[in-house]
Design a protein around this ligand. Structure first.
Ligand SMILES: Cc1ncc(COP(=O)(O)O)c(C=O)c1O
Length: 441
């Protein structure tokens, strides 16, 4: 299983999460059900926060990248843990504001922020906006002027490092819908452009090199390249940036093909990054930047487990055995999107040996609606509770009502207690915004 002590098999042979028996959770709250382990989430937030405090004199900030999982409770937890958040839409911002999150600690991203989103951000006094286009800079300057403020901004840059999972490549990539490339000079031109804006206060730079990354060296390289660029800007334009936001991307365990990193192990990523930043700053005679990271997946991913009830089972001899569950791509579209891999257990028989390989299929009218392909499982039967591990990130946040299925409820578990953080939907929720125009009545 994964790397934490709050996920285990209890004396009844059932999966237990945060002290709650998964079979009881399925009975009490119904399935499908997203289960989030509060202790793991808080531990992850703390390990990043404390590493910046201890290794970098507190001269930085952890932002929880809330695209990974956004609901009011998670912003409340982030605020209690004294970290910041990043948001990428008016909807995420609204959720954070409604949860009472301190807006000065919100960073707003997006390659095409809408006018209404920028208006909302300025209105809500969002601390920093990460500018990603020329016209966004113009609009923001105008809005900040109207509000009588100087809006803090970062520029999103492409450092020419791209990383995914176990590999990274150095590129001179200019083909991205995000950011401004260092290599073709557009990042420098954008810097000059923003510096001339009366109502924008350029704090520095942001980059994000990818997701599900295990190689520390990719983050180190991105930081080095960003700092080389900062030194060039200082020499060319006389502007010394205050802030470097290196983005998110730390990898997590989904299956035994992935590394298992303990909570403390994530501190090592940050220490490697901090070491590189200190060294490069000394080499380039730059002041130490205010250092920001924005992990999403690594904070909530392994904290999440989705529980399903097994329904129809279809054995096609010599081909495949399909075990269908009461969820599917509407609660977890990641297999359909990127053939993601997961570990699956039978929560009610978690001690039993796996005797066959099966494909976990969803209930949507799509052949590609699968959750995990050819995964080992004990012989499953209708009524078993299937648990898919590491579903805390980019599952609920990517869920839909496809086929008019309900987006499942979510519960937060800790010390044997479970509480709703997202209520179950009802049929009425599904038709809430439907309208029958008069001529159809
Ligand atoms: C700008 C930005 N920051 C942070 C993240 C979070 O990345 P992860 O969830 O891999 O940590 C993403 C993810 O796509 C991102 O685009």
């Amino acid at each position: 299983m994964n790397s934490r002590e709050t996920l285990k098999i209890n004396g009844k042979g059932h999966l237990e999460i945060g002290g709650c028996d998964a079979v009881d959770l399925a009975k009490d709250f119904g399935t499908p059900l997203y289960v989030f382990d509060e202790k793991y989430i808080r531990d992850m937030m703390r390990v990043y926060r404390d590493t910046i405090a201890e290794e970098y004199n507190g001269n930085g900030l952890v932002l929880y990248a809330s695209k990974a999982f956004s609901c009011m409770a998670i912003y409340r937890i982030a605020s209690q843990e004294n970290i910041g958040v990043d948001v990428v839409s008016g909807g995420e911002l609204y959720t954070a504001v409604k949860a009472g999150f301190p807006t000065e600690k919100i960073y707003m991203h997006g390659n095409n922020k809408l006018l209404r989103e920028l208006e909302f951000a300025v209105d809500a006094k969002v601390g920093t906006i990460v500018v990603d286009s020329y016209d966004e800079a113009d609009i923001l300057d105008m809005l900040a002027g109207k509000a009588g403020i100087r809006q803090n901004v970062l520029i999103r840059i492409n450092p020419g490092v791209e990383a995914h999972t176990h590999a990274f490549v150095q590129t001179a990539r200019t083909d991205s819908k995000f950011g401004f490339s260092i290599s073709d000079g557009t990042a420098e031109r954008m810097t000059g452009y923003i510096l001339k804006k009366e109502h924008l206060n350029l704090k520095g730079y942001h980059c994000h090199i990818g997701s599900q990354i295990f190689e520390k060296q990719s983050f180190v390289l991105a930081a080095q390249k960003a700092m080389d660029f900062m030194a060039k800007i200082k020499a060319d334009l006389g502007f010394e940036a205050d802030t470097l936001n290196i983005g998110g991307g730390f990898g997590i365990w989904y299956t035994d093909e992935d590394a298992k990193i303990s909570v403390d192990g994530y501190a090592e990523y940050l220490k490697a990054l901090i070491g590189a930043v200190k060294q490069r700053a000394a080499e380039l005679s730059l002041k130490l930047p205010y250092l920001i990271i924005e992990p999403g997946r690594s904070i909530v991913g392994e904290a999440g487990v989705t529980l399903y009830t097994v329904g129809a089972i279809k054995d096609i001899p010599g081909v495949k055995k399909y075990v269908a569950i009461d969820g599917g791509m509407f609660d977890n579209p990641r297999y359909a999107l990127y053939q993601s891999k997961y570990t699956v257990l039978l929560a009610n028989r978690a001690n039993e040996k796996c005797t066959e390989k099966v494909t976990i299929a969803g209930k949507c009218c799509e052949s590609g609606d699968l959750i995990a392909v050819d995964v080992p499982l004990p012989k499953a039967e209708r009524g078993d509770i299937a648990a898919v591990l590491s579903t805390g990130a980019y599952n609920y946040s990517m869920a839909s009502n496809y086929n008019r299925n309900f987006i499942p409820a979510a519960v937060l578990v800790n010390n044997g207690k479970a509480e709703y953080i997202v209520k179950p939907q009802t049929y009425d929720d599904l038709i809430r915004n439907d309208v029958l125009p008069d001529y159809l009545k």
